[in-house]
Each structure stands twice: as structure tokens, then as C-alpha cells.
Design a protein around this ligand. Structure first.
Ligand code: ATP
Ligand code: MG
Length: 651
């Protein structure tokens, strides 16, 4: 964002409001009073939330902020994360309750109760010890979405090893750099997993990666697909080593600040950062937010988060939050269109899922595939819907609410990051009258705001930079091995404020709207315009499925808006000049003439990270006629070729 510009222009007018259903409001886990309770005594509020957990030793001090920006939460307290996620539920007589309804892509299933999980985690913990893993060691986990993934994470937590889960879609090179950065002693992997109807190998990638990683002593391999794999000296099979272990293992209490995991960011904007999360504060905020934002009633609800555990959403809201709260969850291995495009809805129908959490990229894909697909399934069990990962376009929000939520389930748009560990800004489903496209307000106990380039809060109606003003329990503690980069990246832009890197606006009611990354904001004729708003205007056209917008250098206006558009399947003729004019006029009508794109290009695909986020910097390269930058975190590197082919001017 330009230094001279203080605010982002507020262009989008959205007047639709959706009040919570009366019944939900009545019985909600968290009601409006929570905001006041937390603002009167923030640390007291978090201490009460920490009491959701079972501590082996109580803390002496809630927050130590004497050496900012290095926070310590629940100082002196001790607890074990795996004990909190598993054993205590069994001890409380809930061992027969289902923790995971797991479903493999080919249709095979596994049901794991909390008692099953306790036995499996106990065996895995004993196996890690046998393999020489000790408290403080790092373990890299590179697994498909199979039960051994959460089991491995919990086994690490149980013995105090710090896990680093690497998404199974990453290359050998990406895996190797993450193993090296964390100096991992062990890699846990599988022969492969199922994706798009066939086995997809993982082991060869690990073999290639660990050929050059001196710290790795063993590779522990789960047999999932049964495909043949090369066997190396360091390899051991899960089925040999884990299965013969004792199920008994006593979880060891850890210091509240013990490192629980390292997780690398998605790499949307550049080189991934190894984000470090610790124990007590992390689990406190994750358990609370999962209870509050999804209104989880563990006795009744069936919860499903469709993310991959390789991302922070899966860490916090498939593994740690739901298990700490004793939830019953669905976990699914494969892709949403295998064997057919209704697979997710079929799973919701089958398990009577009541709370569903997914990403805007998935919602836009379903819109593209057509309304008739979800309409074939009984989705009436759904009562709360969540969104995370990118700003949700108002049209996508309304579609989600209507076609998935039966026109009644509230949509909670949750803003947070790998760095924040847990949800920070979100509606509360029983309290908030939702606005399509708005993340609304910081949760109770979170102090966030929008500031101008001097760090002063903008008034209602203004826009600028999203910041967090007070430390929060699940905040990152540092970038692994690089305190200096931690301070520089997040705490140097504004004195004493956490700089999130996202642009946002406050509407006239003071509610927050996320406007995309600060790096993506465009400066057109002296106005800062958000890519998100222009994209949402394009997506609100009935013939548009997805859109990505960038600012390209322009001699007249400083930057000019260039849009890349994927038409809906049913859109008909979309190549002609008439259609492009229709879209440009539509944006001008929706947002005003200032936001009219200079150029619109029809493309078959958009470049996305493996977690499904649009990578605008690559499109900026195209729009500015440059050779295309680093594509290593791209999900499908051929997409850029597809786009370049369509454009006569692009290199
Ligand atoms: P990198 O930091 O390496 O570029 P990344 O930011 O994509 O990668 P994540 O931590 O997975 O990695 O994503 C967090 C970012 O996702 C946020 O900073 C924000 O830009 C975006 N985001 C997540 N949820 C929302 C939301 N509900 N509304 C708007 N943006 C969101
Ligand atoms: Mg980021």
C-alpha cells in the first residue's frame, strides 16, 4: 500500500443481513455478554477459558509480556496436549464416544472412538520412544489424510516431541527444506494415499528428500495403498514397529510454553515461514474458539472441517480444537469430485454433519459445478457453516447459506492465519446478524483494529491495515530459529502492534471486512482499491465463476485494474467483446467507474497455492508483461502456461 495513502476506498455496498435463527440464539454456547466480560478483564477471561483444559500444575501468571514481542502464556503451568485431547475424555467415561468417522477416498471407513484413539496414540508414543525420539526432538510428518496423521501428531505431543507436518502435495525439495530448517530426526510417511480415484505415492518423494538430510535417523512408513516402495536402511514400517507396542503410555506434563509444533505458512506471498506454536495458550484459544465460533455441542453435533491437516486449519480445527472439546468429527481422505461431484454432500448426508467448515475456493468450485448437485442430497442436518482462507465473496456467502445451509444455517467467516494459531475475527453464530463478506468483529478476548499508515485507528467507514493490539494466547512465539525475522515481519511496521499483512475496512457500524493482502492493494488514480472488492463485483455477475484482479503499472493512472475471469460452465459465448464490455460495465455499476477494469482476460484456470489461495503476484507478472516469478508453492505449475497461452502479449 502506498505510503502517502491513508485509507482504502470503500466501494462495495452490501446491505443484506442474516440474523441468527431464534433457536440457535437462545441456546448458543456464547452470548453477547462475552464481549463485555472479556473487555472488562481480558486476562481473567482467558484464565477462565484455560480452565476448559486439565492442567497438571496450575500457572502462576496468565501472561508475561515483559519482553515483547516474545509472549509467555500461563507461565509456570504444566499440561499435556494429548492427555487433554484424548485421555481425559476416556477417564470421564466417554471412551465409547466416536472421535473420528474416517472415510477413505475409495470408500473404506474406520471409526475411532476416544478409547481407540487412546490405545493408538499410546502405541505410537511408545514406538517413537523406541526409535530414540525424546522430548524436544523434531519429527516431520508427511502423510495423507489417514488416521495415522492425527495419531502421529498426538503421539509427538504426548512425549514432548515437536511436530512439523508438511502437506502431502509438496515436492521433495519443499519437504527437504522444511526437514532441514527444523532439523528433524524422524520422518513419518506412508507408501501413498488415494487421490482422484487412484493411489498417489508419497514414499518416493520422501526417499528423494531424505537422501540429502543428515539429521534424519529413521523414516517410519505407514502402509496405506499397498503399492510397492523402495526400502532403504533407515526405513521402518508402522505396521511392524507401532503395532507391537504396548497400548499403555502415561502422558508427561509439559511446560505451558513447550514447543508443540512448527508449521510453515502457505507461501502465498513468498518464502514460507516456520511458525512456532506452544502448548497451554495455544490449546486454550483453540478449544475456546472451536466452542464459541461453531457453537459445538459435543453430545449432539457431528463436525466436519474439510481442510487438509497439512494446513493450520487442519491442525487447529480438525485435530486439537475438536478433540480438546470431545467432539465427533468426520475426516475424509480424498478429493471432492471422486468418484462424483457430490461426494462431500453425500458424506454430510451419511454422517448427519451439523457443523461444516470449508474454504471460499471450494465454495466457488461448487457454484461452478452447479446448484443441482448439492440439491440431490439431504443436507438438513447442517446448522452452522464456516469459511476460512480467503475473503469470502458476498455471492459465494449467499450461495453457501442458500444451497448448503438450506437458507437457515448461519455462515461464520473466520479470519485468522498460521501465525495467529486460532480464529481471531468472526461472527458468533448465535449473536451476530451476519453480513455477506464480512468477518465482523474480533472475538471476545481479542483486540484487533484497522489503522492508517501512522498506526492510528481509522474511523468507522475507513480502511487501512489490520493489526492486533494485544497479545493473544495462541499467537506464534517466533519464526523457528529466526527471532529477528519474527520481529521484523510482524512487529516492526507499527510500534507495539502486530502487523497481519492484510488490508481491511471498518463499515459504518464498525464491523470489519477483510480486503486481501496489503501487497495486493491497487493504487488507481490516487485511490487505494482492494482486489477483493473488484473480484467480488465480478463474481456477482451471473456468468462469472471466479475472478482474480491485480494492479498493473499504467502511465495514466499509476496502476490500472487487470482482471482474470473464469466463466461459469453455463455461461455460453464468453469470448466476444460484448461480454467483456458487459463485465466492465457491471463492475462500474456495482462499485463505481474508478473500479472499472482496464482489461479483462478470460482464462481457464487461476494460479493457486496448494491450500487453494489465488496467487496474484504471478498474475501481476503476466499483466505487466514480465517473466513469471517463483512458482514453487503453486498447486499446479502448468496453470501459468495455460494462462500465458491465452494472452498474446504475455511472455
Ligand atoms: P504466506 O504468509 O506464506 O504468504 P498465507 O498467508 O497464504 O501464506 P496462511 O497463514 O495459510 O498462509 O493464510 C493466512 C491468510 O489467509 C491471511 O493473512 C489472509 O490473507 C487470508 N485469510 C484467511 N482467512 C481469511 C478470511 N476469513 N477472510 C479474508 N482473508 C483470510
Ligand atoms: Mg501469511
Amino acid at each position: 500500500m502506498s505510503q502517502s495513502q491513508e485509507t482504502l476506498s470503500n466501494l462495495l455496498q452490501e446491505t443484506r443481513r442474516f440474523a441468527p435463527p431464534a433457536e440457535l440464539a437462545e441456546s448458543a454456547n456464547v452470548k453477547a455478554e462475552a464481549y463485555d466480560e472479556a473487555s472488562e478483564d481480558r486476562l481473567g477471561f482467558w484464565a477462565r477459558q484455560a480452565d476448559r483444559l486439565t492442567w497438571s500444575k496450575r500457572w502462576d501468571e496468565v501472561l508475561d509480556w515483559s519482553n515483547p514481542p516474545f509472549a509467555k502464556w500461563f507461565v509456570g503451568g504444566e499440561l499435556n496436549v494429548a492427555y487433554n485431547c484424548v485421555d481425559r475424555h476416556v477417564e470421564a467415561g466417554r471412551g465409547a464416544k466416536i472421535a473420528f468417522h474416517w472415510e477413505g477416498e475409495p470408500g473404506d471407513t474406520r471409526t475411532l472412538t476416544y478409547a481407540d484413539l487412546q490405545r493408538e496414540v499410546g502405541k505410537a508414543a511408545n514406538a517413537l520412544l523406541e526409535l530414540g525420539i525424546r522430548k524436544g526432538d523434531r519429527v516431520a510428518i508427511y502423510l495423507p489424510m489417514i488416521p495415522e496423521l492425527p495419531i502421529s501428531m498426538l503421539a509427538c505431543a504426548r512425549i514432548g516431541a515437536t511436530h512439523s507436518v508438511v502437506f502431502g502435495g509438496f515436492s521433495a525439495d519443499a519437504l527437504r527444506t522444511r526437514i532441514d530448517d527444523a532439523q528433524a530426526k524422524l520422518v513419518i510417511t506412508a507408501d501413498g494415499g488415494y487421490r482422484r480415484g487412484k493411489p498417489s505415492a508419497l514414499k518416493p518423494t520422501v526417499d528423494e528428500a531424505v537422501a540429502q538430510t543428515p539429521t534424519v535417523e529413521n523414516v517410519l512408513v505407514v502402509r496405506r495403498t499397498g503399492e510397492e516402495v523402495a526400502e532403504n536402511e533407515r526405513d521402518v514400517w508402522w505396521q511392524d514397529v507401532v503395532e507391537r507396542q504396548s497400548e499403555e503410555h502415561t502422558a508427561e506434563p509439559m511446560d505451558s510454553e513447550h514447543p508443540l509444533y512448527i508449521l510453515y505458512t502457505s507461501g502465498t506471498t513468498g518464502k514460507p515461514k516456520g511458525i512456532l506454536h506452544t502448548t497451554g495458550g495455544y490449546l486454550t484459544q483453540i478449544a475456546y474458539t472451536h466452542h464459541a465460533v461453531f457453537d459445538l455441542k459435543p453430545e449432539k453435533d457431528v463436525y466436519w472441517c474439510s481442510a487438509d491437516i497439512g494446513w493450520v486449519t487442519g491442525h487447529s480445527y480438525i485435530v486439537y480444537g475438536p478433540l480438546a472439546n470431545g467432539a465427533t468429527s468426520v475426516m475424509y481422505e480424498g478429493t471432492p469430485d471422486t468418484p462424483h461431484q457430490g461426494r462431500w454432500w453425500e458424506l454430510i448426508q451419511k454422517y448427519k454433519v451439523s457443523i461444516f467448515y470449508t474454504a471460499p475456493t471450494a465454495i466457488r468450485t461448487f457454484m461452478k459445478w452447479g446448484d443441482d448437485i448439492p440439491a440431490r442430497f439431504d443436507l438438513s442436518s447442517l446448522r452452522v457453516l464456516g469459511s476460512v482462507g480467503e475473503p469470502i465473496n458476498p455471492e459465494a456467502y449467499v450461495w453457501y447459506r442458500e444451497h448448503i445451509g438450506g437458507g437457515k444455517a448461519p455462515v461464520v467467516d473466520t479470519w485468522w492465519q498460521t501465525e495467529t494459531g486460532g480464529i481471531m475475527i468472526s461472527p458468533l453464530p448465535g449473536v451476530t446478524a451476519g453480513k455477506p463478506g464480512a468477518a465482523m468483529r474480533p472475538l471476545p478476548g481479542i483486540v484487533a483494529d484497522v489503522v492508517d499508515d501512522q498506526g492510528n485507528a481509522v474511523p468507522d467507514g475507513g480502511g487501512g491495515f489490520l493489526v492486533v493490539k494485544e497479545p493473544w494466547p495462541s499467537m506464534l512465539r517466533t519464526i523457528w530459529g529466526d527471532d529477528e525475522r519474527y520481529v521484523k515481519t510482524y512487529w516492526s511496521r507499527f510500534d507495539g502492534l502486530y502487523f497481519a499483512g492484510d488490508g481491511a475496512k471498518k463499515d459504518d457500524d464498525g464491523d470489519l471486512w477483510l480486503l486481501g493482502r496489503v501487497d495486493d492493494v491497487m493504487l488507481v488514480s490516487g485511490h487505494n482499491i482492494s482486489t477483493t472488492e473488484v473480484e467480488s463485483a465480478l463474481v456477482s455477475h451471473p456468468k462469472v465463476a471466479e475472478a482474480a484482479v491485480v494492479g498493473a503499472t499504467d502511465p495514466l493512472t499509476g496502476q490500472a485494474i487487470v482482471a482474470f475471469v473464469i466463466p461459469r460452465g453455463s455461461a455460453g459465448d464468453v469470448e466476444g467483446a460484448d461480454f467483456l464490455k458487459e463485465l466492465r460495465d457491471h463492475v462500474a455499476r456495482t462499485l463505481g467507474p474508478i473500479a472499472k477494469p482496464r482489461q479483462i482476460m478470460i482464462v481457464p484456470e487461476l494460479p493457486k497455492t496448494r491450500s487453494g489461495k489465488i496467487m496474484r503476484r504471478l498474475l501481476r507478472d503476466v499483466a505487466e508483461n514480465r517473466s513469471i516469478g517463483d512458482v514453487t508453492t503453486l498447486a499446479d505449475s502448468t496453470v501459468m502456461d495455460l494462462i500465458s497461452e491465452k494472452l498474446p502479449s504475455a511472455k
